[in-house]
Design a protein around this ligand. Structure first.
Ligand SMILES: *[C@@H]1O[C@H](CO)[C@@H](O)[C@H](O)[C@H]1NC(C)=O
Length: 768
């Protein structure tokens, strides 16, 4: 009996080693600008890591990370040295920090996540230190750290004495990064000082499916903005400490047996450091104080500490919100649900009204809901139940991925064959240059390796009067079907004035919506695009457009017949600087439009998306409905107003483009003809849970984006137009913008009436 179970145990250990398909498939990723034999994929076992819980694997893991000399200590940023560092199941003992390079993903076996176990005398700032302090400043400028992931791990600090400082993970990073499926195990003693996740800076970002057990603080975090989903906190003293922020969106928090749930009291009432948080579809159980705030009716800055709660279950929570003067919202011993509650400035639809108390919850369209009336969510599929034989590689079809060969036919053949054979297409890392539209048909499941790039090129995509999709999902608007796309990038090369990077035509009804997870549009600013410092340097004060630097017509178009799309951690970025130039020098390139949704049926989820530096708008929704957005983040082009948004893209009425020549006639104030951050036309049930719409620059100078300067980078940034209903925004934060919201051109909210820490904040806007 005993002998048999030992054999079984041994067999199960053997079978879990590299049973996950990612470890088993052939590894053919190519980094064309990294030098010969640069390894994209690295298995830590190949570098001597044992994962036996006994051997110190620190050096072997860091050797796997640093093979091929990627962008680590002293390097500013890169797109040329991508890496996946794969950890088969096991327990990896470490005595100092794992230090991932820029553009390096750490990925554990998704079916059996490996444990990184700190030794008792562990030394380092984080079992994983995502941005080390080799000097008094971070190795990488936190707001420029993009394109990195960590998923499927257990981080264990329980061997470190509880009263000794320890950090599970240090992660000051920004857009297009993600953490997924990570458990933080810490001691749960009275004297514990361990912290699970620590973030002090950055411009995030997205995380999901994290569990924090024990510790003094589960997550201690400061950052401009974030979207975080499905976090569980068990037996932490404090689940979340917010060090500072502008806006933060929390969905699906489950906080259990913690003394304090979310502490947003940093700075105290005279200098509140938390701009705003939005918490919804969440629960607190056996938590004496769910939320601890510094906000009062006369705290400073006036709108800092803005709070919106919606659909919150409390069970044995005596105090739901505690302010400096005592309870602000009492709870109780039993269970109850808070439909919606908040404090801050409201415009419903006019204002500002100072409020603190219950508010009407958003009416939620059934089409957007999953179980229990919560908004539907689905984490990135990792295909942990599929063997390696379920995957087809694009390399097997002759795709080169060297940014030079024409890979149109081979890539298309790989996609079509994978669909025909019901396989998942693996896009090995590379830059796949295409000269015609790539079609993704219904049934496609595509996963990339460390963000391979589909790079449009040539005359086909360079006609500003005849725009064409680079990647077309569904071959006609309204085609029925279902797809899953993850971990790749769509881009353009040289002048591409007619390139629509992604066109979404697919209608998905019933069952799961189609999905895009960590699929990004990255326009310019990296090797292979020829849209870099050498070709498109910034030209402050010069309004003349260089036609070689008109590089995209639109980032993503969701067409009239499309419906049922789930987007998570999608960043539609026109580069403001050159990632592969070590000074990160700014560049001037032109992309016409960000994300345009004109679907009649609607039903879209945008979890943790951003759209930046497009000329006419970042997000535009027209004649649509049932769209969940949270958190959205936008930035206006840095070159504005040289030139302004009147050039080089003429308004296309067929796309409902904004016509600034008309709408700015007679407008007061500076810089009217400047990109909208969010424009909503004739739409209903547009439910925004957190928005950061920023305009930091005027002629490449940030001196316009302060309260002292009067936030004069641009005049307007949010436009609600026509017949709308339930266009509701929680925690709108604007920067550098005089008018925060306009309704049919008329000003609704003014920056100076809503001063927050760095932004202006409206906690609740309801269009009616
Ligand atoms: C724009 O910035 C450049 C560089 O700082 C400066 O030389 C120029 O005078 C500025 N133009 C205007 C109109 O402010």
């Amino acid at each position: 009996m005993r002998f048999a179970s030992l054999l079984l145990a041994a067999a199960s250990v053997a079978s879990t080693v590299s049973a996950y398909w990612l470890g088993d498939i052939p590894h053919r990723g190519l980094a064309p600008f990294a030098g010969a034999n640069y390894p994209v994929f690295r298995n830590v076992r190949d570098f001597g890591a044992r994962g036996d819980g006994v051997t110190d694997d620190t050096a072997a893991i860091n050797a796997a990370i640093n093979a091929g000399n990627p962008c680590n200590r002293g390097c500013a940023s890169t797109t040329t040295t991508p890496a996946i560092v794969y950890f088969p199941a096991g327990t990896y003992l470490i005595s100092s920090s794992i230090l991932p390079a820029y553009f390096t993903h750490l990925i554990g076996d998704a079916a059996s996540p490996p444990t990184l176990k700190a030794t008792a005398n562990f030394a380092g700032f984080g079992l994983i230190d995502g941005n080390p302090y080799y000097s008094p400043v971070l190795n990488w400028k936190a707001v420029n750290v993009f394109f990195r992931q960590v998923r499927n791990f257990v981080l264990d600090t329980t061997a470190i004495p509880p009263a000794t400082a320890a950090t599970g993970m240090h992660w000051p990073t920004s857009q297009a990064t993600s953490l997924q499926n990570i458990v933080f195990n810490m001691p749960a003693t009275g004297d514990v000082v361990h912290v699970g996740l620590f973030i002090e800076e950055g411009s995030g970002g997205f995380m999901t499916d994290l569990t924090f057990n024990g510790g003094a603080t589960g997550a201690s975090m400061g950052n401009q903005q974030y979207t975080m989903r499905n976090f569980k906190f068990n037996n932490c003293k404090t689940a979340i400490i917010q060090l500072w922020n502008w806006g933060w969106t929390y969905h699906g928090l489950s906080i259990n047996n913690c003394q304090v749930g979310i502490d947003i009291s940093a700075g105290g009432p005279s200098k509140v450091e938390t701009g705003s948080i939005t918490v919804f579809d969440s629960s607190f159980t056996n938590v004496p104080i769910a939320i601890k705030t510094a906000w009062t009716t006369n705290s400073n800055p006036p709108t800092a500490g803005s709070l919106v709660l919606e659909n919150i279950q409390v069970n044995n929570v005596p105090v739901v919100v505690q302010g400096p003067g005592g309870n602000v919202l009492a709870g109780g011993i039993g269970s109850s649900t808070i439909a919606a509650w908040g404090n801050g400035h409201g415009y419903t639809p006019s204002g500002p009204n100072d409020f603190s108390g219950p508010i009407a919850p958003n009416p939620r369209p059934a089409a957007l809901l999953g179980a229990n009336g919560r908004y539907y969510t689905r984490s990135k599929p990792q295909y942990e139940n599929h063997p390696a034989s379920s995957f087809l590689s694009v390399r097997a079809f002759g795709a080169r991925g060297d940014a030079a060969a024409d890979d149109t036919a081979s890539l298309q053949s790989a996609i079509d064959t994978a669909v025909a054979q019901n396989k998942i297409l693996f896009i090995d890392h590379g830059l796949y240059r295409v000269t015609r539209t790539i079609r993704i048909p219904p049934g496609a499941k595509i996963a990339g390796e460390a963000f391979p790039v589909i790079l449009s090129a040539g005359a086909f995509f360079n006609d500003i009067n005849n725009p064409r999709p680079v990647v077309q999902v569904g071959s006609y608007s309204g085609q029925q079907g279902y797809v899953e796309l993850s971990d790749f990038i769509v881009s353009t090369q040289n002048a591409q004035a007619g390139a629509i990077c992604i066109e979404w035509n697919l209608a998905t009804a019933g069952g799961n919506p189609s999905g895009m997870w960590d699929v990004h549009v990255r326009i310019g600013g990296f090797t292979g695009t020829q849209q870099q410092v050498a070709q498109c340097p910034k030209t402050p004060g010069n309004p003349t457009v260089n036609p070689n630097c008109v590089v995209a017509y639109m980032a993503m178009h969701v067409t009239k017949g499309a419906s049922g799309l789930y987007m998570e951690n999608v960043w539609l970025w026109t580069a403001d600087h050159d990632i592969d130039e070590q000074q990160n020098t700014q560049i001037t390139i032109y992309s016409g439009r960000g994300l345009y949704i004109e679907s009649a049926t609607g039903t879209f989820w945008l979890w943790g998306t951003g759209s930046e530096h497009h000329v006419l708008y970042q997000y535009q929704l027209a004649n649509t409905q049932n769209v969940f957005m949270g958190q959205i983040q936008t930035e206006t082009p840095y070159f504005s107003p040289f030139p302004n948004a009147l050039v080089p893209f003429n308004p296309n009425p067929a796309l409902n483009d904004p016509d600034f020549r008309a709408s700015c006639a007679g407008a007061s104030g500076p810089n009217c003809a400047t990109a909208w951050g969010l424009r909503v036309i004739n739409s209903k049930n547009i439910l925004v849970y957190g928005a950061g719409l920023y305009s930091f620059f005027d002629n490449y100078s940030t001196s316009c984006s302060t309260f002292a300067a009067g936030q004069v980078c641009q005049q307007r940034i949010t436009s609600i137009e026509g017949a709308v209903s339930n266009v509701n925004i929680y925690n709108l934060n604007t920067i550098g913008t005089r008018e925060m919201i306009n309704r049919d051109g008329a000003r609704v909210a003014w920056f100076a009436d809503n001063v927050n820490t760095f932004a202006s904040n409206v906690a609740v806007y309801k269009s009616g």
